[in-house]
Design a binder for this molecule. Structure first.
Ligand SMILES: [Zn+2]
Length: 169
């Protein structure tokens, strides 16, 4: 399947990425992450919002996704969402250094897509010193697509909600 196949395009709200990068820097020396909100169309996934879900036990090399907490965060975010099209479209977390999504990250993404019965995105934000890089993947119920096309788009009112507390904050 080529990267231009239907479903293989990930459009990321610029403000969402900026907010996630700030959250990733703030969380250091631990990782952080959360869920991505947006919608799907014939070309792929559009990310319009994100929620940071703080994992109090996160470390420099681990961010744990808790299914129940993620579901609650999603429910809370959706009650505030005015656009009925907007829903869960994926996950994001930070990596300190230049590590792209791990094999485990991609396995979990494939599981989430099977669970959702739809395509799901993973955005890994690699932060190191003052620089950051993005590593993005899309999985469908059939598996992880290779190399999605990633575009940055402008989204009005992009925001990052933060849920939970850090132990060292
Ligand atoms: Zn990871």
């Amino acid at each position: 399947m080529s990267s231009n196949a239907p479903g293989g395009r990930l459009r990321l709200g610029r403000g969402v990425v900026q907010a996630n990068v700030r959250a990733a820097r703030r969380a250091r020396p631990a990782e952080t992450g959360g869920i991505l909100l947006g919608y799907r169309d014939g070309a792929g996934i559009v990310v319009t919002d994100a929620v940071e879900i703080i994992d109090a036990s996160a470390s420099p090399a681990a961010y744990r996704r808790r299914r129940r907490v993620a579901q609650e965060a999603l429910d809370t975010a959706l009650t505030r969402e005015h656009d009925a099209l907007v829903g869960y479209v994926g996950e994001w977390h930070s990596h300190l250094g230049r590590q792209p999504a791990s094999r485990q990250d991609r396995l979990e993404l494939a599981d989430l897509a099977r669970l959702a019965g739809d395509s799901v995105a993973l955005l890994v934000i690699m932060v190191r010193d003052r620089q950051h890089q993005l590593d993005a993947h899309i999985a469908t119920p059939a598996g992880v697509l290779p190399y999605p096309v990633v575009d940055m788009i402008n989204v009005l009112d992009a925001r990052l909600e933060i849920l939970g507390r850090r132990q060292h904050a």
